[in-house]
Design a protein around this ligand. Structure first.
Ligand code: RB5
Length: 145
């Protein structure tokens, strides 16, 4: 799968680890930065990844900040994006199955690296359930208009 990943300073360390984890798992990974843990503004990086996904340059996006919250709020401003802040693998599974999420946002400060790896595994290995969820997701997307 093609995955676009970025962070802010608070998520930088885990972003580096998760980027390599995804590469080693055989994914094509585009690292949208930053290149150091110097202080940056998370909306700038959320926008880069969200546009990659919205434009079809990436299948999924991964964003890491302190909580994952700011990244989700910012990424969801881009049309076509359904970004979810996941703190457990089950949340990630349900976000894919029920909400057809296309960006996952992670906490670099409150969730351990190993748990974030499990969250990514769940997110990337779960298909959208369709069926009764189809119309609900369509209603979400209609809110953009
Ligand atoms: C940065 O201090 C922090 O606000 C950011 O990483 C993130 O948690 C925002 O939601």
């Amino acid at each position: 799968m093609k995955i676009s990943i970025a962070s802010d300073h608070a998520g930088f360390e885990q972003k580096q680890e998760l980027r390599d984890y995804l590469k080693n798992a055989g994914h094509e990974v585009v690292d949208r930065g930053p290149d150091s843990d110097d202080r940056v503004d998370y909306p700038d990086f959320a926008a880069l990844v969200a546009h990659d996904v919205a434009d079809g340059a990436a299948d999924y996006g991964v964003l890491v900040c302190g909580t994952g919250i700011g990244m989700a709020v910012a990424a969801n401003k881009i049309h076509g994006i359904r970004a979810v802040n996941c703190i457990t693998p089950q949340f990630a599974e349900l976000a894919r199955e029920h909400n057809n999420a296309n960006v996952v946002t992670l906490s670099g400060r409150f969730v351990e690296l190993q748990e974030n790896k499990r969250i990514l595994d769940a997110f990337l290995s779960t298909d959208f359930g369709g069926g009764r969820h189809e119309g609900r997701v369509a209603k979400i997307m209609a809110l953009e208009n």
